[in-house]
Design a protein around this ligand. Structure first.
Ligand code: IFM
Length: 454
């Protein structure tokens, strides 16, 4: 282990994360209606091998064993997401008691086991009925999201004190509505920009509901951040860096934390949209005081200017000599230091939680109850060391959630990419902690022992 545990305070949160559509299955039980992911996954050609989350890892039925599994690993916190179409099947109006009851049971059991529940309100499963009404490009979806947040807060807020409004709004907006590789699969750049704005507006309105309903709540939002660097130091690629950093990082961080959109990105977007959907009062609504910022980190982007002189078109360099995960992403723990340093440099101090970090690798199979995943152990070790480094540099990082607790449905990649620290046999649903889960449990134990005796 390269990890220096002395950098982590006694109350550091050691967690793991999942999301509803990726693990629950049971898509038509107890009143749940389709989400955009049910529709998307059922559309031929959208997901590798046509796989869907209809069964996923059957967590909807196996939640109790799964909580035992978490307790066995010594997790102090569990980040899950609430399925909007389970809790409010019509996307508007009343909550669905049977759907809410599932999260009631889950939360109660987590608390019984001494595991702090962290609820994410939106991890990409918009009720299909709301997409039919316009989806996130429509302003009404932001208001609907606030109402849904109110329902969940009223149901769980007596016990859940840690809330994340959105997971990775960049993905929801730009993969969902621009590239179309995620649900709902639209390829409308202007709509994607509107979607990003309405997601953030929905966040701001949801924060108000959460605060009104759960006065002692810790409320934040999770963004996926990437350090962006040029292909070379010639200076030729600086504008490409600015553009990609602008749209992937600053487009979200600036309004959420500073109450303004980056002017350079608005200018970049001018050929795509006049941004008339941004109303005067919106930025104040978006920029709510937050208790923490959730950061998901997976990799960096290496970018260059277009292939012909004077072109502003950005290209991503994929073959750059870095080791890769099974999804083809660079393994780059230094990138976590860099992006956290960027947040520390550019924004007012705010507590940070790493709400996702992890990697897909082509793990071995289960042999005698063991799964060897040395790549993942090394990955987690080095990324946690990056967190330690930033703590030593004064950044207030308060917790870390491994992505993911268990193998699950990796969106358009289907089940082929395994991110879990716990292996799932998709035929039998048997869970087997991988070496990485055992390693993570040993880190948590060692930290607990050191801070109790120290
Ligand atoms: O599986 C996803 C998760 O849903 C959101 N963040 C990235 C993970 C890996 O791709």
């Amino acid at each position: 282990m390269t990890l220096d545990l002395s950098a982590f305070p006694a109350d550091f949160s050691w967690g793991a994360a999942t999301s509803a559509y990726q693990i629950e299955g049971a898509v038509d039980e107890d009143g749940r209606t389709p989400s955009i992911w049910d529709t998307f996954a059922a559309t031929p050609g959208r997901v590798v091998a046509g796989e869907t989350g209809a069964v996923a890892v059957d967590h909807y039925h196996r939640w109790s064993d799964d909580v035992d599994l978490m307790a066995g690993l010594g997790l102090g916190a569990y980040r899950f997401s609430v399925a909007w179409p389970r809790v409010q099947p019509d996307g508007v109006g009343l909550g669905n008691a049977a759907g809410i009851a599932f999260y009631d049971r889950l939360v109660d059991r987590l608390l019984e086991k001494g595991i702090t529940p962290w609820a994410t309100l939106y991890h990409w499963d918009l009720p299909e009925v709301l997409e039919q009404a316009g989806g996130w490009p429509s302003r009404t979806t932001a208001y609907a999201f606030a109402d849904y947040a109110g329902i969940v807060a009223e149901s769980l807020g007596d016990r859940v004190k840690h809330w994340i409004t959105l997971n990775e709004p960049w993905c929801a907006a730009f993969l969902g509505y621009a590239s179309g590789i995620h649900a709902p699969g639209r390829t409308e750049p202007a709509a994607a920009v509107a979607a990003s704005h309405h997601l953030m507006l929905g966040h701001g309105l949801a924060v108000e509901r959460l605060r009104a309903t759960v006065p002692d709540a810790q409320v934040g939002v999770t963004v996926n951040l990437y350090p962006v660097v040029p292909i070379d130091d010639s200076g030729r690629h600086d504008d490409a860096v600015r553009r990609v950093d602008g749209l992937m990082n600053r487009w979200f961080l600036d309004p959420l934390l500073q109450g303004s959109y980056p002017q350079d990105v608005l200018a970049d977007l001018a050929p795509v949209t006049d941004a008339a959907f941004i109303l005067d009062e919106d930025l104040a609504a978006i920029c709510q005081p937050l208790d923490f910022l959730g950061v998901n980190y997976y990799t960096r982007h290496v970018v260059g200017a277009g292939l012909w002189p004077g072109s502003s078109e950005v290209r991503f360099q994929l073959e750059n000599g870095m080791p890769k995960t099974a999804t083809g992403w660079d393994v780059d723990p230094d990138g976590l230091v860099e992006i956290l340093a960027q947040v520390q440099r550019d924004y007012a101090p705010i507590p940070i939680y790493i709400t996702e970090n992890g990697a897909a690798f082509d793990d071995g199979t289960v042999v005698d109850g063991v799964v060897r995943d040395a790549d993942r152990v090394d990955f987690l070790d080095r990324h946690l060391q990056a967190v330690a480094t930033m703590r030593q540099r004064g950044l207030d990082v308060r917790g870390y959630f491994a992505w993911s607790l268990m193998d699950n449905y990796e969106w358009a990649e289907g089940y082929g990419k395994r991110f879990g620290i716990v292996h799932v046999d998709y035929d039998t649903q048997v869970r087997t902690p991988k070496d990485s889960a055992r390693w993570y449990a040993s880190v948590i134990r060692a930290h607990r022992d050191a801070t109790m005796t120290g």
